[in-house]
Design a protein around this ligand. Structure first.
Ligand code: AHG
Ligand code: MN
Ligand code: MN
Length: 313
């Protein structure tokens, strides 16, 4: 039985999406057992970027690698692997993934997720991923939260699926998500305020001034610490997300990775009617030059993302 309703999925991509859903459903069962199972949040090492790896980061990476191999995927790029892995020679697709996003929330029962980006494979492993983000043929996330959800785009709107616990398969919940144009919430890690650039500080200050300030409207503030959870909230009820560059060493281009965090979320957001930039330039017009490179990331409701761009002028 397929792990997802095939009705709205392009036939050629179905094996890849089905494999991602099968694996995602397995990962969600492991997460659901929490401390009854293995110590998912235990530190087990460091990835090539020097980020601490937790047991679930490594486990999820192994599971998605195996699932994608079974689906005939040619190249697999992962946050947890320094180099692109060659899986199946002659395979049609190249898949990049953040197998487990929101690692700091593993042990506290807060939504975490998997992010993926799909390209048509080229001859070379690296060149399959180091290309314009607009060339993605699919992108999505699986959110492991109160519901296990899949948001996915194939370039014709953003679809939402829910993992039905009764059938074990992802069922369509919304054929075209619509990200509201106006926002009343914004998200940024406020502990970095002293390191921000002037435009970012100006945006946050105008939000804080609320109805008394130039914006003339009160804005609520949220920070979950899982990009998947923030993106899902913003796709659902609008808002803005910022992980900008700041003055800390190592944060010259923000924190989030272009290939398997920023590019796929940008594709999903724009397909739902929102905007995604690096503060100024649309993400989908940009290419990655290195597999693990970071990119400042601003996305959400159109009016707000445009306002943030103006503040950069
Ligand atoms: P990951 O768990 O894959 O390393 O990603 C964490 C990311 C993202 O989910 C979140 O938006 C951001 O890092 C949180 O960063 P801060 O801890 O700097 O707030
Ligand atoms: Mn992540
Ligand atoms: Mn991760």
């Amino acid at each position: 039985m397929p792990a997802i309703d095939p009705a709205h999925i392009p036939a050629k991509l179905f094996p890849v999406i089905d494999a991602l859903c099968t694996t995602g459903a397995e990962v969600s069962r492991i997460i659901a057992r929490g401390p009854l199972g293995q110590a998912l949040g235990a530190g087990v090492g460091e990835n090539s970027d020097g980020d601490q790896q937790k047991a679930l980061d490594v486990l999820a990476d192994e599971m998605f690698e195996a699932g994608l191999r079974g689906a005939g995927v040619r190249f697999y790029a992962s946050e947890e692997q320094e180099e692109v892995l060659s899986l199946v020679p002659g395979g049609r697709y190249a898949v990049a993934a953040d197998p487990l996003d929101g690692s700091s929330n593993i042990d506290v029962n807060v939504t975490i997720g998997t992010i993926f980006s799909v390209f048509e494979a080229k001859e070379g492993a690296d060149e399959s991923f180091l290309r314009p983000a607009s060339e993605q043929v699919a992108a999505g996330y699986i959110a492991y939260g109160p519901q296990c959800l899949l948001a996915v785009t194939f370039g014709d709107g953003t679809q939402l699926y829910v993992l039905d616990p009764d059938t074990g398969a992802f069922a369509l919940a919304e054929e075209k998500m619509a990200l509201p144009e106006a926002a009343s919430e914004f998200s940024i890690n406020a502990s970095n305020r002293r390191h921000w650039t002037a435009p970012v500080l100006a945006y946050v200050e105008e939000n804080e001034a609320g109805i008394e300030g130039a914006k003339g409207k009160n804005m609520n503030f949220r920070w979950v610490g899982s990009l998947v959870a923030e993106t899902h909230r913003i796709l659902t009820r609008g808002g803005t997300f910022l992980y900008p560059s700041d003055a800390r060493s190592g944060y010259e281009a923000g924190r989030l990775r272009m290939v398997y965090e920023v590019a796929p979320m940008a594709f999903l957001v724009e397909q739902a009617g929102g905007l995604a930039t690096d503060g100024v330039t649309p993400i989908l017009s940009l290419s990655a030059e290195k597999l693990h490179e970071r990119r400042p990331f601003v996305f959400g409701s159109r009016q707000e993302v445009e306002r943030i761009r103006k503040l950069h002028d």
